[in-house]
Design a protein around this ligand. Structure first.
Ligand SMILES: [Fe+2]
Length: 316
């Protein structure tokens, strides 16, 4: 292979098992790439397992094949929700893996523009999946790790926000999609803050105000990526506001916070409390809900009540 080719890593589980691929697969070795599987040969689930057992997490494809690869996933994922052969758990695993591929693409680069099509597809699929049954919610959340990472946090806030909105009676799929997208992207502005500050235990005033600016940075990134949906932008910028006016960045009181904002405030707080942070250990779901109920002045109480009822279906 010519050394001038560009390669991109792909997560092994994202490949569609048992199907002829339209592009060759490579194994990365240092700075060189070795052909692993020619185009048109089947890649099986056993091979994926064997690679993983040998410590291989990624294969590589040619950059020029990226569109084929993404289209393949997008096409396949649509069949997953309607599949009669897959259980709710199996569907959740595929959807979670595929969603994570695109969530990672966007949340680690801030490049929403170039990933728009697949991002839209994965959130639509997540909405369709969550609408299959009230138990679908638990299956997806069970797959999340609860350590400190922005990708897992964005995905969970999206899942909580879609589920709460459904419970609140949002029947329109477009609104559920918008709230899911706002949930996924709400913290994207943290990309503008140095990692050293994000991971720090004790912050000085200047660092704290930089952290508190992240909802504003999130809005900036969305606008730079041609996002023109005000409901999504308002929800994102308001995710740290509080009903009693004690939140940031604007200190808005409840009557000035949008519906999407009220949902995201709850979804974000709950996932933050139940996720490890560099400076504290995660709470269990019961303690997290309890803390939110004790501090109910911070939230829209009708929404918080529905969220509590939603979470009562979850194992603690
Ligand atoms: Fe945030």
């Amino acid at each position: 292979m010519s050394g001038k080719e560009s390669y991109v890593p792909i997560v092994i589980e994202s490949l569609i098992f048992g199907k002829n691929s339209d592009y060759p697969l490579y194994i990365g070795s240092g700075s060189s790439y070795i052909l692993y599987r020619s185009k048109a040969l089947i890649f099986s689930q056993n091979e994926a397992l064997r690679l993983k057992n040998n410590g291989v997490k990624h294969l590589y494809i040619l950059e020029n094949d990226k569109e084929k690869y993404e289209n393949d996933i997008a096409e396949h994922i649509e069949n997953i929700v309607d599949s009669k052969n897959l259980s709710l758990e199996e569907k959740a695993v595929k959807i979670y893996i595929y969603s994570k591929v695109y969530a990672e693409c966007v949340l680690t680069t801030g490049n929403l523009k170039d990933n728009k099509k697949n991002m839209k597809k994965t959130i639509e699929i997540t909405v369709d999946y969550l609408l299959i049954s009230e138990f679908a919610f638990t299956k997806l959340l069970n797959l999340s790790d609860y350590d400190y990472n922005e990708v897992g946090h964005g995905m969970n806030v999206s899942i909580y926000a879609i589920s709460l909105a459904t419970r609140l009676g949002f029947a329109n799929k477009l609104s559920l999609y918008e709230i899911g997208l706002a949930g996924l992207l709400h913290d994207i502005g943290k990309l503008k803050i140095p990692k050293t500050i994000m991971l720090k235990n004790k912050l000085n005033d200047a660092e704290l105000s930089q952290i508190k600016a992240h909802p504003v940075y999130s809005r900036e990134i969305l606008i730079q990526n041609n996002m023109d949906n005000d409901d999504i932008i308002n929800g994102v910028i308001e995710h740290h506001e509080a009903s009693d006016g004690s939140g940031y960045p604007f200190g808005k009181t409840e009557e000035h916070i949008s519906t999407y904002g009220k949902i995201l405030i709850i979804a974000n707080k709950f996932d933050s409390l139940t996720r490890n942070r560099p400076y504290r250990i995660k709470l269990n779901k019961y303690d997290a809900l309890n803390q939110m109920v004790v501090n109910s002045a911070l939230y829209n109480n009708a929404f918080l009540k529905e969220f509590t009822l939603l979470m009562s279906k979850q194992p603690v």
